[in-house]
Design a protein around this ligand. Structure first.
Ligand code: BMA
Length: 306
């Protein structure tokens, strides 16, 4: 298969297409997690009117999915909190026994980070938006660090470009966020235009494994790739290693052709034993998976680092 690195693509790709939901234009950039004796997912569905909505899905094996036709209904005690005109690019974090959904929650003031909690994937309680616009790619760590909740986010606009850098923010209560520390910005080649956090970081003995997206602007538009980094376990804004080579680049027809061509958008990862399965959005159209052995992936990141 063309341009494979440490990840091997599943031969049944893509695993989810628009056919899974009535009135779906496309289903991509989605979050999955192990739950009970199977898996659940929060799926980004772009509807026929091009509203972006979040739908719940269930699966026994993580590959074949039943996705609900109606979007998730968020509840809140404060009606002003339920702001979600466009909801996209969700992630799911299991933290202290609660499942938290973060997503890009876009209204007229621009994209910000949305946050909700659920314990059963039936009732979803929307919480205060942790960070105001313009901000995308909110990713909550799966444990507290130094007593605080920790979130990756990407405030946009560095002044000279509309694209920001990845920061780490801390919170004592998931409501008040601060102590924003710069983590990393664009670098050379495929990640020279912008970067953003991907799946929920995975804790290993070497540090937090972060898979992220990097974007290159060609004369024909943007191309999105997956890269990897290893972050310090207690000071996660410290990047120990970061790939100079991409982990996955668009090459298969389902990655190259779609609503937005040449997009690999890593959004979720599941580790079982030593095997990591990466879920990624393809060309803003469908979802695929690729797998790697965790020790090999960590070694690849170390050995192909800047
Ligand atoms: C980004 C996000 C993603 C999308 C990507 C490519 O800015 O909006 O949802 O996959 O662009 O279109």
């Amino acid at each position: 298969m063309a341009n494979e690195t440490v990840f091997k693509r599943y031969e049944g790709n893509p695993i989810v297409t628009a056919a899974a939901v009535p009135r779906a234009n496309s289903i991509h950039n989605s979050a999955v997690i192990k739950y009970g004796d199977g898996y659940v997912g929060v799926f980004r569905v772009d509807e026929h009117d091009m509203r972006y909505t979040l739908h719940l899905g269930r699966s026994r094996d993580g590959l074949e999915w039943d996705i609900e036709p109606e979007p998730i209904r968020m509840e809140s005690d404060d009606p002003e909190v339920v702001v979600s005109e466009q909801s996209y690019d969700p992630r799911i974090t299991l933290l202290d026994g609660v499942y938290y959904i973060t997503w890009c929650n876009a209204g007229p003031q621009g994209p910000c980070i949305g946050l909700a909690r659920t314990e059963d994937f039936v009732t979803f309680r929307q919480m205060e938006n942790p960070l105001p616009p313009p901000n995308r790619n909110g990713v909550l760590f799966p444990r507290r660090i130094g007593g605080d909740y920790v979130m990756l986010h990407r405030p946009s606009d560095r002044g000279h470009t509309p694209f920001g850098d990845i920061f780490v923010a801390f919170s004592p209560d998931l409501v008040h966020w601060g102590r924003h520390r710069f983590m990393m910005g664009p670098a050379g080649g495929w990640q020279s235009l912008k970067v953003g956090g991907g799946p929920v970081p995975i804790e290993t003995e070497e540090g937090w494994l972060l898979i992220y997206h990097g974007v290159w602007m060609s004369c024909n538009g943007y191309l999105y790739y997956a890269g990897g980094a290893i972050l310090d376990r207690e000071r996660p804004w410290k990047v120990l290693y970061r790939t100079r080579d991409y982990l996955l680049g668009p090459s298969e027809p389902y990655e190259r052709i779609g609503d937005v061509p040449n997009v690999i958008f890593p959004s979720s990862a599941i580790v079982e034993g030593n095997r990591l399965r990466l879920y990624y959005g393809c060309a803003d159209t469908c979802i695929s998976v690729a797998e790697a052995e965790l020790p090999e992936l960590l070694a690849f990141i170390r050995e192909h680092s800047f």
